[in-house]
Design a protein around this ligand. Structure first.
Ligand code: SF4
Length: 123
């Protein structure tokens, strides 16, 4: 489930190739308009339950930019015994968020380590 189309990084290898444009402009409107809303999250989750899906990956963009929806989805998943994992660049992680994610049942995060030279990964 893509909870936002926006990311704070613009990796060369990113599948959302258009994302890089946003970082070069005033993107404040794009950030919010690309976030999944509570209404959309609830509708998607109803479909997930209806089709008896047992495992979901939260993706973006960078999911932690829409943390409210990440938490909401994790609560719904926990109530419905659905496994959740998340793909994140972890640039927004801190002790509190890590603790909350664990308490809400997230057990797997797919991330990557950036190389030391920004020019190698970014546009
Ligand atoms: S951190 Fe992930 S989502 Fe963001 S630009 Fe890089 S590959 Fe894409």
């Amino acid at each position: 489930m893509e909870v936002t189309g926006f990311c704070n990084i613009k990796c060369k290898h990113c599948y959302n190739f258009w994302r890089g444009d946003w970082l070069d402009k005033d993107y404040s409107d794009n950030v919010h308009s690309s976030h999944m809303t509570l209404d959309t999250a609830n509708k998607l989750f109803s479909e997930i339950k209806k089709h008896k899906i047992k495992s979901i990956v939260i993706t973006g963009g960078e999911p932690l930019l829409n943390y409210k929806i990440v938490k909401h989805l994790l609560i719904l998943a926990k109530e419905n015994h659905i496994n959740m994992s998340m793909n994140s660049n972890l640039t927004y992680i801190n002790d509190q968020i890590a603790r909350e994610l664990k308490e809400l049942g997230l057990r797997r995060i797919l991330t990557s380590f950036m190389v030391h030279a920004r020019k190698c990964t970014n546009w």
